[in-house]
Design a protein around this ligand. Structure first.
Ligand code: AMP
Ligand code: ZN
Length: 475
């Protein structure tokens, strides 16, 4: 089964295929604006895109996917923050970029192949703006800014279905002083000393010095790193309009070819029924949640519990449920391996193909998770379940978990490192103490036999650095 994904532009499921003869799938995902911490709403989008990237790699091969995700390190919000903090732009954006990278790593998100920052591609943006001016799609305003002339692009509004009338309403407050039409948007913003501090670059020919508008960065960086037509462009639902609509207008008017063959927008994470957002301040960061004792892996799992094309309400209860589900999976997988001496490095069986197909069918993550649990529940180490079968089934489980980016050893590590021990009956702790002593004495056969006794009694023993932890096995 091929990967099918909803296309926001054509409004239907479409198969994902690379267009270029080199067979490389070109994928651009709009990245974070680095003026504040990314919150777990942002990470819902990035985790969903990470699953997509991993699925594409499974489908086309690891070296046949090129994934670009930018860093917006110059725009109104980042510059606004320099005013608030009275610090240089670079200091602010570097700090939040570093935290973003640390959070991405903790959430097990793969690094994109390129992570261009807008400030590193000023020349490319200026070049594109000059082409747009030459072709009559852009004009210089009285203050030296440059605007895109929306009426020059007949297809404007194709993605978001905005009508001219709505455009006027949406954009009526934005910088309308220098534009010919309120629906036009800025490609280049003339320098304003009172707002911009030392943030300025030489402008396009005929324009004032200043800085790029927000939308042009993605058009320019996508062109520079992936070419004029790409296979897939993604982001959260709020980016559909105006950001992606404007990207299409800029790129197609400049390059004269379609910009992206496929558009995908995932829906937002909500808190108490409203969108989690930096400006509302109603957000959790990953750090807020790990400080409460939750693992980053549980946060990742919680972000994946809803269908990506439906909004998902975040609660600490859902994070608790995610933690329990993950721990059960991790402990039972470990017990299966230990009891049956299974070797998951063998070729995978077809047991979890249903889960993979759910992902191939419009990234239906909750259906995939459901399929994983229903299959996994049938993998009891009962009579007749051979070591070979267990090995191949666990290999298949590991393959689908790899696509989901769910790292079960990290879950076990977190459990083992957690401070509060689970209460266990004295006969169980006595067995565990004996096993720990055997292991310390390097009597591995003895330790193994005692662990089997513990598993049979319904307990898993997790070895930490300086001690062990007991967890009840469910089911
Ligand atoms: P920003 O840092 O605001 O540029 O946003 C980075 C990414 O996070 C974009 O793809 C946004 O669409 C996405 N995003 C923003 N808020 C949320 C949210 N509450 N839930 C999911 N994604 C979001
Ligand atoms: Zn973008």
């Amino acid at each position: 089964m091929a990967i099918h994904l909803y296309d926001s532009l054509e409004r239907k499921l479409k198969e994902l295929q690379p267009a270029q003869p080199d067979g490389v799938f070109r994928f651009y995902n709009c990245g974070p604006t680095v003026y504040a911490p990314a919150h777990i709403g942002n990470f819902r989008t990035f985790v969903i895109n990470d699953v997509l990237r991993r699925l594409l790699e499974l489908e086309f091969g690891k070296d046949k996917v090129k994934h670009v995700r930018n860093l917006t390190d110059v725009d109104d919000r980042t510059i606004g923050q320099t005013q608030v903090e009275k610090r240089p732009l670079g200091e602010i954006t570097e700090k939040w970029t570093d935290l973003f990278h640390a959070d991405c790593a903790a959430l097990n998100c793969l690094r994109p192949h390129h992570e261009p920052a807008a400030t590193g591609y000023i020349k490319e943006q200026v070049n594109m703006i000059e082409v747009l001016m030459q072709k009559g799609h852009a004009y210089r305003a009285a203050d030296g800014s440059v605007y895109f002339k929306v009426s020059s692009f007949a297809d404007y509004g194709r993605l978001s279905r905005v009508k001219e009338r709505e455009l006027l309403v949406t954009d009526a407050t934005a910088d309308s002083d220098h534009k010919n039409s309120v629906s036009d948007f800025a490609l280049w913003k003339a320098y304003k000393p009172e707002e911009d501090g030392d943030v300025k670059w030489p402008g396009p020919r005929g324009a004032a010095e200043g800085r790029p508008g927000w939308h042009i960065e993605c058009s320019a960086m996508s062109k520079a790193l992936l070419g004029d037509t790409i296979d897939l462009h993604t982001g959260g639902e709020d980016l559909e309009f105006p950001h992606h609509e404007n990207e299409i207008a800029q790129s197609e008017c400049c390059n004269g070819v379609p910009f992206s063959r496929h558009w995908y927008h995932s829906k937002h994470l909500l808190v108490d029924g409203t969108t989690m957002s930096k400006s509302r301040g109603n957000y959790y960061t990953l750090g807020d949640l790990t400080a409460k004792g939750y693992s980053a892996m549980a946060v990742r799992y919680a972000l994946l519990m809803g269908h990506p094309r439906k909004q998902l309400n975040f609660t600490l209860n859902s994070l608790h449920a995610a933690t329990e589900a993950l721990e059960e999976l991790a402990l039972r997988r470990q017990a299966l391996i230990q009891d049956l001496k299974a070797d998951p490095s063998v070729p995978p069986s077809s047991r979890f193909n249903g889960a993979l197909d759910a992902l191939r069918n419009d990234l239906n993550v909750p259906a995939a998770l459901g399929a994983i649990f229903s299959q996994f529940n049938q993998m009891k180490p009962s009579l007749g379940y051979s070591r070979e079968q267990a090995s191949a089934d666990i290999a298949a489980l590991d393959r689908v978990l790899l696509v989901l980016g769910v790292d079960l050893p990290a879950v076990l590590q977190h459990l083992a490192d957690e401070s509060a021990p689970t209460e266990a009956p004295t006969e169980i702790t006595a067995l565990a103490d004996k096993r720990w002593a055997a292991k310390q004495a390097k009597d591995f056969a003895g330790a193994d036999a005692l662990r089997k006794e513990l598993t049979a009694a319904g307990w898993a023993m997790l070895d930490g650095k300086n001690g062990y932890r007991l967890e009840r096995l469910k089911g």
